[in-house]
Design a protein around this ligand. Structure first.
Ligand SMILES: Cc1ncc(COP(=O)(O)O)c(C=O)c1O
Ligand SMILES: N[C@@H](CCOP(=O)(O)O)C(=O)O
Length: 462
């Protein structure tokens, strides 16, 4: 499999290349040249374990970069650390409504599903090549802790993880900043997640520094993240009758990575009827998909802070397809967006997107009401992000008879204050994290300034 940039002007790479490259050198994101077809094989995957489906999904993307035996071992190692035998279990919450629990990994958020594999991929590939990299990442809370957990202690990787100061939950911050391994460097940026993500992209686009520091990425910039996240769409759909029966998904969305993984699964032939983009009141994606208005505003803090995002990195990958995979057109549109903060989607482009996606923006009151109502109806305590997804499912489903699966993206104990306020219940961290509030924290604080960050990283790598 070969990978091309959404902006059409970066070297074509293989899987190992995109794994280590992060952002393409033309500022774009890597995508596969084509989406491998799985439609004819799906029926044969019924009854397979999560790990076996993961192998089938990943193998065509990995191509010759990994032997089948190595890929199988990495997958088994990644999902052996999960707290549920099914890895991502499906729970029925209504006559035709389901929750896909993605939070049984070590840091209690869906990011573990991809990151546990990504950490092992980095270790294998870098050890074989005898190389070291500096992973530069941005997080609104969950990517950071999952990446740190997956990469801590690896001799071949230094991690510099940026989070927006004061804009992640205390549990999220402590999950990152209490990891004191020598290769982990947390930085609180005085700004928003968008500022953190823009800093990451700025430093990747400083090619001389990028090469000197050997920058790599674990955000969903990295194609390996996306492909690992396609797997749970397939296992959920198979459990509900695919390929004979279509399924819809509601996905709490911020950086558009998770729902884009669902789109990839659909493009590969998984019978997904609708993909519902559920946002909090940072609703740029809902506006884009409803009215063609992809324009940023001020980031507004919410009780689902991991989705307090305006500039959704992976939307570029969708735009690339909507623009007929024309890199020059995509690059032009994104350059305009970067300059003005606005991008109008033309009628044709919008119509193509709406064939697949619905979009619902969920306000704070509805998020809280959904947490309370879910507890009353089902006895389940859900986190605010998953509640946004459930509200999105309710807002989009109409009378359709197709099963609707909402992605439950985080454990409620990551957001105890919001959960307690909405439900009166104090969700408990697992015993292995019981002393999280007593552990020593370590992190630097930097302004939203690319030069300051570059100097900070230069000092780390020496
Ligand atoms: C708990 C949680 N839910 C949902 C999201 C949104 O996922 P994505 O950014 O892939 O759209 C995130 C982070 O992005 C998250 O941490
Ligand atoms: N919500 C995310 C934001 C980063 O998203 P990613 O999928 O691109 O890593 C987070 O938790 O950090």
């Amino acid at each position: 499999m070969r990978y091309i940039s959404t902006r059409g002007a970066a070297p074509v790479l293989d899987f190992e290349g995109v794994l280590l490259a992060g952002l393409a050198r033309d500022g774009g994101l890597y995508v596969p040249e084509h989406f491998p077809a799985i439609g004819d094989r799906l029926a044969g995957w019924r009854g397979l374990s999560y790990q076996a489906v993961a192998f089938e999904m990943l193998a065509p993307f990995a191509g010759d970069s990994l032997s089948p035996a190595t890929l199988g071992d990495l997958i088994d190692g990644a999902y052996g650390s999960f707290g549920h035998d099914a890895v991502c279990p499906l729970v029925q919450v209504g006559p035709n409504d389901f929750l896909l629990e993605l939070f049984h990994g070590p840091t209690l958020a869906f990011k573990d599903v991809a990151m546990q594999l990504l950490g092992r991929l980095f270790n294998t590939v870098l050890s074989r090549r005898g190389e070291q990299v500096t992973v530069l990442g941005a997080t609104s809370g969950d990517t950071g802790s999952a990446a740190i957990e997956a990469l801590k202690g690896l001799p071949s990787v230094k991690v510099v993880m940026l989070h927006p100061k004061g804009r992640v939950s205390e549990v999220q911050r402590r999950q990152m900043t209490t990891v004191l391994d020598g290769n982990i460097h947390n930085v609180a940026i005085e700004g928003t997640f968008d500022d953190c993500q823009a800093l990451v992209k700025t430093l990747f686009n400083r090619l001389e520094f990028r090469d000197k520091a050997r920058l790599s990425a674990v955000n969903s910039i990295n194609w390996a993240r996306i492909v690992a996240q396609t797997v749970y769409y397939v296992t959920a759909a198979l459990s509900l009758g695919a390929p004979d029966r279509p399924v819809s998904f509601s996905v709490p969305t911020g950086n558009f990575g998770d729902i884009y993984a669902g789109y990839v699964a659909k493009r590969m032939g998984l019978p997904i009827e609708r993909l519902v983009v559920a946002t909090n009141r940072n609703d740029i994606l809902a506006r884009a998909l409803r009215a063609g208005d992809y324009s940023t505003g001020q980031v507004q803090p919410t009780i689902s802070p991991s989705m307090d995002i305006q500039v959704s990195s992976n939307f570029e990958r969708l735009l690339f397809d909507l623009y007929g995979r024309d890199g020059a057109v995509t690059a032009g549109a994104l350059a305009g967006f970067q300059a003005t903060g606005k991008l109008a989607l033309g009628a044709n482009v919008l119509a193509k997107a709406r064939e697949i996606f619905d979009a619902v923006a969920v306000d704070e009151d509805l998020t809280r009401e959904t947490m309370a109502a879910t507890l009353r109806r089902t006895g389940l305590v859900v986190d605010p992000h998953s509640a946004v997804g459930l509200a999105g499912a309710a807002g989009a489903r109409g009378e359709r008879a197709v099963p609707m699966v909402t992605l439950a993206t985080a454990h409620p104990a990551k957001f105890p204050a919001a959960v307690r306020a909405a439900t009166g219940i104090e969700p408990k961290l697992p015993p292995r994290m019981a002393d999280l509030y007593e552990r020593e924290e370590r992190y630097a604080v930097l302004p939203h300034d690319a030069d300051a960050l570059q100097a900070h990283i230069a000092a780390i790598i020496g």
